[in-house]
Design a binder for this molecule. Structure first.
Ligand SMILES: [Cu+2]
Length: 267
């Protein structure tokens, strides 16, 4: 009976996988403990890096040691890779442990801090490809609103056309997608939010929303509620080797932004 049941479940799963054209979207988290830091606030920032499915809350994927973690302030890039600390977290509640990363950073200078993370390419057997999500988040420090619109020069990068902090829920965010330094027209941009309130989407298409870049490589999205939101522009990065076979590399540009709730008394 048990065997029959489990094979039934298996064939059901197989059927499901055949009929769901969208696979779960992966998102590289790069979430700071604060996004706007005033002069009278603590300059100590913690950044968490988890490779996961933010709306569903998991499962988390194993993250090898990142290729690079850094920050750009006033046009100067600084390698912060030596500050990375490994964390072991369960992939699912009670499940096997996977690697994630964290870092601390002390803000010293006023201005926008563009943090960026280049993770190792992740081999996704379910999709027969590698995924590498180069991820960015901007922290505004001590009142100087300068630098957020400058490219870091990453292989895949979203340049914000809307200042990526000081956003209300309902604001429209616009970004320019650059892959290999060139605008990426007509590519998909997946959108998810960090679901730390246990919200349940009413149907599968709500888990990952999908928009496309226009002919200039620009996308726009109106943020429906407060929280951390991520945009992942799906690019192509050639091929990589895995056990002697070549697989395509999905090279994505990710940016995280935080929207604030509307003030009390506003409708
Ligand atoms: Cu996954």
């Amino acid at each position: 009976m048990r065997v029959v049941l489990s094979s039934l479940v298996l064939s059901l799963l197989l059927l499901l996988s055949l009929f769901s054209p969208r696979v779960q979207a992966h998102f590289q988290l790069l979430i700071p403990s604060a996004d706007i830091v005033a002069t009278d606030e603590s300059p100590r920032i913690e950044l968490k890096m988890i490779f996961t499915h933010p709306v569903e809350g998991g499962p988390h994927m194993d993250m090898g040691h990142p290729q690079l973690f850094g920050v750009m302030v006033r046009g100067k890039r600084q390698d912060l890779s030596s500050s990375l600390q490994e964390m072991k977290i369960p992939a699912t509640p009670g499940g096997p442990l996977v690697r994630a990363w964290r870092a601390e950073y002390l803000l010293r200078r006023p201005g926008d801090h563009l943090f960026y993370l280049i993770p190792q390419p992740y081999f996704e057997p379910a999709e027969g490809k590698f995924i590498q999500q180069i991820t960015k988040v901007v922290i505004n420090a001590f009142g100087a609103e300068e630098g957020w619109d400058k490219p870091v020069g990453l292989k895949a990068e979203i340049i914000p056309l809307t200042r990526p902090y000081g956003l209300w829920a309902g604001n429209t965010f616009r970004g320019l997608v650059l892959i290999d330094g060139k605008p990426a027209p007509n590519i998909e941009v997946e959108v998810e939010f960090l679901n730390n309130r246990g919200l349940t989407p009413p149907a599968e298409p709500f888990i990952t929303q999908v928009i496309k870049t226009d002919a200039q490589g620009i996308f726009s999205y109106s943020i429906p509620w407060a929280g951390w939101w991520a945009f992942s522009a799906l690019g192509e990065g050639g091929e990589l080797d895995h056990n002697g076979k070549k697989y395509p590399l999905e090279l994505d540009a990710v940016i995280w932004i935080r929207a604030y709730p509307l003030p009390q008394g506003v409708k």
